[in-house]
Structures are given as structure tokens and as C-alpha cells.
Design a protein around this ligand. Structure first.
Ligand SMILES: Nc1ncnc2c1ncn2[C@@H]1O[C@H](COP(=O)(O)OP(=O)(O)OP(=O)(O)O)[C@@H](O)[C@H]1O
Length: 324
């Protein structure tokens, strides 16, 4: 029977070699994603979000120390594939990405239409004329004027370039699109437009999304599920509704309290202290040093507890609930 889960990530690790030691950027991450679901990954800068995206996309830098675990896409394991197999069978075809700054995704010396058409030609063996027709369709879908096909990236605004990068990620109809801070380099209005575009696309196209973002407020509108990362680990996995109403993990609660609210007189809070170093992270709960609810047990590393309502949380506070 085919697996209902689209993506199953088990004990994913990505460590880097650095001058001061080994950086445990992604340290034993587990999660699953269903078809047509949008999962938002949030967490402070440096907690390993982009590294996790790189691990899923196998876009690994040269100083990798450890790359391990299992990633199943529709039942096919990706980590054990060779780079060549991954490039031929998975990247762009099954999993595509929209990187932080679209300028980096687009080649400055090639017309954007040709670039958006290219994945179709390379991965679906489609002739250039047909690929350009599909690129034009995709441009219309993401709100880029079709006559922009013949323009170069520098002739497009930041927002239009980001839309073109989204078109490029979608043109092969992949199962999963990973967006790494897709709006971070854009002004607030353009950010909102891009988020609205993603919401619309999600309704129209049967694709799953992993959206990595700092922008908790806007991402709440797109998310079906939320994953919270802290110091290289996933500390909460939740459906979006429950998460945005009442998150479980003390870190998630602090993160939510730090989001400014338009119609509230409550001041946003800051999370005091710094996340631990990922070179020698603490052996117990990694958030303990900053946690207002810390108790003795937090000196031990908590497992990911299964909350009775289906959420998962890596915090000893939920040990009893998880058992009962
Ligand atoms: N190639 C690399 N070599 C060594 N260390 C790295 C490398 N890439 C990332 N790191 C380190 O890994 C940790 C996680 O970084 P990562 O960029 O994944 O975090 P992030 O949560 O995406 O941060 P941001 O939100 O700022 O993009 C950081 O300590 C970072 O300095």
C-alpha cells in the first residue's frame, strides 16, 4: 500500500567542521509531512533551519562532518542515494527550493524565461518551445507579466524576481517545495503580496511546502503545521491552529510572546539570554538555561513526548500528560 505520508524525516543530522570544533547544526531531527500540507519552521537565528533545508536538498558545503539519518520521500530513502541519483531523480523534479534571496537563484546573464523553462527541459525532456509555454503559464500563475520572459534578472524588481524564483520551483510540479525565508529581502508590502501568492498557489496546486521563516505572524496564514527548532533540534511539532492559540513548549510560548500584536496593548517580550553553542551543546534540555519553568529533571535530555491531542513536544513538563 502506498504511504500516505509524503516526507518522513528520522534522526536527521548535519554537522559542520569549523576551526573551533564540530558545529551540530541539525542534531537528530524527526518530523513527517503529508501531501498538500504546508509546514512552517520557526526558531531563532542560528538554530539550524537553513541547515535542515540544505540537508533535505542535499546542498551540502564542503566542510560537512556528519550527514546521517533517514529521509523518506513517498517511501524512497534519500540520504543513502548518491549525489548523481539525487540530482537526476529528486532535485527540481520531486523537491525544489526557493532560496533566501532570489537573486542568488537566478543566473544574472540568462533571460528569466529561459531559466524558468530549464528544469522542464532537463528533467522532463521537454523541447524548449514547449518549456517556454509552460514557463509563460507559470508566470501568469505567480503574477509575473508574460513579456518579462525575455528580460534579465536585473531588469526585475525584488518582488518580481522572487515570483520568478517561485515559478521556477513550481514549474516541474514537484511534490515538495522548500522555501527558505522567501520574503526576507523584500519590503513589507511585497512580503505580504508574496505570502498571499503562496496561499493562493497552495490552494491551486497539489504541492507540499516547508516554509522556513522568522515572520511568525504572516506565516500563520499559510501554515497547516508548525515545527519549532531550538539549538539544532525540533522542540515542538503541532497543528497550526493549536500552536498559534496555545503553544506547548516554554520556548514556543516565549517565541509567540515576542511577536508584536497590532490590536493589543501588551508589549512584545524579549527572550533573555542566548541559545547555547552548537559546538558543545548542553547534555540536558538545551533551552533550560533560559527557561522560566526549569526544574531538576531538565538536566536530562527530554525525549519528544507525544501529547494526547497529537502534538509532540520535547519538554519534561509534558511527561505525565504523555503517559496518561
Ligand atoms: N557551512 C558551515 N560551516 C560551519 N558552520 C555552519 C555552516 N553553515 C551553518 N553553520 C552554523 O550552523 C548553525 C546553524 O545555522 P543555520 O544557518 O542553519 O541557522 P538558521 O536557523 O537558518 O539561521 P538564520 O535564521 O539566521 O538563517 C549556526 O551556528 C551556523 O553558524
Amino acid at each position: 500500500m502506498p504511504e500516505k505520508t509524503l516526507l518522513r524525516v528520522e534522526d536527521l543530522k548535519l554537522y559542520f567542521r569549523a576551526t573551533r570544533g564540530v558545529v551540530q547544526a541539525v542534531d537528530g531531527v524527526y518530523f513527517t509531512l503529508n501531501p498538500n500540507e504546508a509546514m512552517v519552521i520557526i526558531g531563532e537565528s542560528g538554530c539550524g533551519k537553513s541547515s535542515m533545508a540544505k540537508a533535505l536538498l542535499r546542498l551540502l558545503p564542503r566542510n560537512v562532518h556528519t550527514y546521517s539519518g533517514k529521509v523518506f520521500l513517498n517511501g524512497t530513502e534519500l540520504i543513502s542515494m548518491s549525489d548523481e541519483e539525487y540530482r537526476q531523480q529528486i532535485r527540481w523534479l520531486k523537491i525544489s527550493m526557493v532560496p533566501q534571496a532570489a537573486m542568488n537563484a537566478l543566473n544574472p546573464v540568462l533571460r528569466v524565461g529561459d531559466q524558468v523553462a530549464e528544469p522542464m527541459m532537463v528533467h522532463h525532456g521537454v523541447r524548449k518551445e514547449e518549456a517556454l509555454v509552460q514557463a509563460a503559464n507559470m508566470f501568469q500563475r505567480v503574477g509575473v507579466p508574460v513579456d518579462f520572459l525575455t528580460r534579465y534578472p536585473f531588469e526585475l524588481s525584488g518582488g518580481m524576481r522572487q515570483r520568478a524564483a517561485i515559478a521556477m520551483a513550481l514549474v516541474t510540479a514537484p511534490d515538495l517545495v522548500i522555501l527558505d525565508e522567501p520574503t526576507s529581502a523584500l519590503d513589507v508590502l511585497t512580503q505580504a503580496n508574496i505570502m498571499n501568492l503562496l496561499k493562493r498557489i497552495k490552494k491551486e496546486i497539489a504541492t507540499s511546502f516547508i516554509l522556513i521563516t522568522h515572520d511568525i505572524a504572516t506565516s500563520s496564514e499559510l501554515a497547516d503545521r508548525v515545527g519549532v527548532m531550538y539549538a539544532g533540534q525540533m522542540v515542538e511539532l503541532s497543528d497550526a491552529h493549536r500552536f498559534f492559540t496555545a503553544p506547548l513548549h516554554p520556548y514556543s510560548q516565549k517565541l509567540m510572546a515576542s511577536v508584536p500584536k497590532l490590536r493589543s496593548t501588551v508589549e512584545p517580550e524579549f527572550i533573555t539570554g542566548q541559545p547555547p553553542s552548537l559546538i558543545n551543546p548542553p547534555t540536558g534540555c538545551r533551552f533550560a538555561a533560559r527557561c522560566p519553568l526549569r526544574f531538576e529533571k531538565c538536566d536530562q535530555d527530554p525525549p519528544m513526548f507525544q501529547h494526547p491531542d497529537g502534538r509532540q513536544v520535547k519538554c519534561w513538563l509534558y511527561e505525565k500528560e504523555a503517559r496518561s
